[in-house]
Ligand binder design. Structure first.
Ligand SMILES: Nc1nc2c(ncn2[C@@H]2O[C@H](COP(=O)(O)OP(=O)(O)OP(=O)(O)O)[C@@H](O)[C@H]2O)c(=O)[nH]1
Ligand SMILES: [Mg+2]
Length: 455
């Protein structure tokens, strides 16, 4: 489906995830004020405001569900993500209720938004460049802290800043060159050859740094780091050894056996996974325990996947005081119950739902755990997130770099300012493609069709 490039109608979509407590209907476009007036009782003073505004009121969900309490957020044009009048209706997260409100909003003058259409409008309004639009997708898609950090860095303009710097320098040089061409009869020069070469070299060095940065970012994904974390004596080191088919980690029936962290890299189905065993979470506060805890936290913070271990047996349950609780860790987490052979009664283990049940003694669940790590790792290795940006940027930066090198040669060989100007324009074209100042429907289509509706 081709992305819709017209922006003068009003779009609406459910912007919250399914099953959440809070539901959001998002709107953007010139008819937002009318839709709010028709569907809610917050009154038109909300939409008269110069700044963003939140109001409590009710939204009508049609004859079947009646009026429901809601919060309405309104952003006037220029102040919103899309730079158009925009609003969000925050209400109860039930899907039928949200669908009913969306239907009412559409009857009041909005139409259903396509995938990524809000971000597409933000891009078309100049709010984001293409690398940042891709980063929005990256944030939505991120499964692990590592992916999220990467996407956020890109969203914050990690690439946009240096690209903009090269673009401005080249535009200034081009303006000077073109001004010089107008006065060629009078032999007036607006920029010297030395300055030209110096500035071109500066741009080339930024472009080369960017290429290197992109290469490193792509490389970073080739090894996935999976960290074992959990209370002392939970059986982390035993599982680590079993999974890596090694005896790297020391195992003993004593909480606090592992003090430092132990790593081993395994190669599973062409995926390199670095397994990291960490010191158990214990209540002791001696100096070594504090250091062990700091090292564990750093390993966990740098992990792509966290394997949270909880022992099935009563012995270790005693160790689980609030001080040794594993902190709640969200995405990229695998929950594992260890030592399940110690519960021969086969009684359900409290909190076992959603966990992989394992025993390092019998080998139960070890294959399942490996498959789960691989599945998460595979998503990261193959994840199109940021990789799309990398390929697009690398191609265009190559075009820019080649043109800049030609421009420098043209300066040094004194081929004339016209030739230099042509090369600088070529370099600018490469940059413009990266940030989307020049774009084709095909690029937009490929990018925005990967978004979900509502973003
Ligand atoms: N029966 C049984 N015992 C296990 C299992 N896994 C570990 N153990 C025993 O539990 C004790 C603790 O195991 P470790 O692997 O050292 O535990 P840990 O989580 O690394 O402990 P710390 O390094 O102190 O945090 C050892 O005596 C192991 O032999 C298991 O699956 N079944
Ligand atoms: Mg250990």
């Amino acid at each position: 489906m081709q992305p819709r490039l017209e922006i003068d109608d009003t779009i609406a979509a459910i912007a919250s995830t399914r099953g959440g407590l809070r539901g959001i209907v998002r709107l953007s476009g010139p008819a937002v004020a009318k839709c709010l007036l028709d569907c809610t009782d917050v009154g038109d003073d909300v939409t008269q405001e110069q700044g963003a505004r939140r109001s409590c009121g009710h939204v009508s969900a049609g004859p079947r569900f009646g009026r429901l309490p809601c919060d309405v957020y309104f952003w006037p044009g220029g102040k919103s993500y899309t730079k158009q009048p925009s609003a969000e209706i925050h209400m109860q997260g039930s899907s039928p209720l949200l669908a009913a409100v969306l239907e009412h909003v559409c009857r009041s003058g909005a139409r259903l938004a396509g995938p990524g259409e809000f971000t597409l409008r933000a891009f078309l309004a100049g709010r984001l460049d293409l690398t940042q639009a891709e980063a929005v997708l990256g944030v939505i898609d991120a499964d692990t802290q590592g992916e999220l950090d990467l996407a956020l860095q890109q969203l914050a303009g990690g690439l946009a800043g240096p690209l903009q710097q090269i673009r401005e320098t080249l535009l200034n040089l081009l303006a000077d060159l073109e001004a010089g061409l107008d006065f060629v009869e009078e032999d007036i020069q607006f920029v010297s050859i030395d300055t030209l070469v110096e500035e071109i070299d500066r741009c080339l060095s930024i472009a080369d740094q960017l290429v290197e940065q992109i290469r490193q970012r792509t490389d970073r994904r080739s090894v996935v780091r999976a960290v074992f974390v959990g209370p002392g004596n939970a059986g982390k080191s035993s599982l680590f050894n079993r999974l890596s088919e090694s005896q790297e980690a020391i195992v003993a029936d004593l909480a606090g056996t592992t003090r430092d962290y132990v790593t081993i890299t395994v190669q599973w189905d062409e995926v390199a996974v670095e397994l990291v065993d960490t010191a158990g979470i214990v209540s002791s506060t001696d100096g070594i325990a504090a250091e062990a805890s700091a090292r564990r936290e750093s390993a966990v913070a740098n992990a792509d996947i966290r394997i949270v271990c909880r022992p099935a047996d009563g012995l270790a349950e005693q160790h689980q005081s609030s001080e040794t609780d594993v902190p709640a860790i969200g995405r990229g987490t695998i929950h594992v119950i260890t030592k399940c052979d110690r519960r021969p009664d086969r009684l359900p283990i409290p909190g076992q739902q959603g966990s992989i049940i394992t025993s390092s003694k019998t080998g139960q669940g070890v294959d399942e755990l490996r498959a789960e790590i691989l599945s998460m790792a595979g998503k990261q290795v193959r994840a199109p997130i940021m990789a799309g940006t990398a390929v697009r940027c690398a191609e265009s930066l190559h075009q820019t770099g080649t043109a800049l090198r030609h421009a420098r040669e043209a300066c040094q060989d004194q081929l004339g300012e016209e030739i230099v100007a042509v090369e600088l324009r070529e370099a600018l074209h490469g940059l413009a493609t990266i940030v989307g100042a020049v774009y084709t429907d095909d690029i937009l289509d490929r990018l925005f069709s990967r978004f979900c509706i509502g973003k």
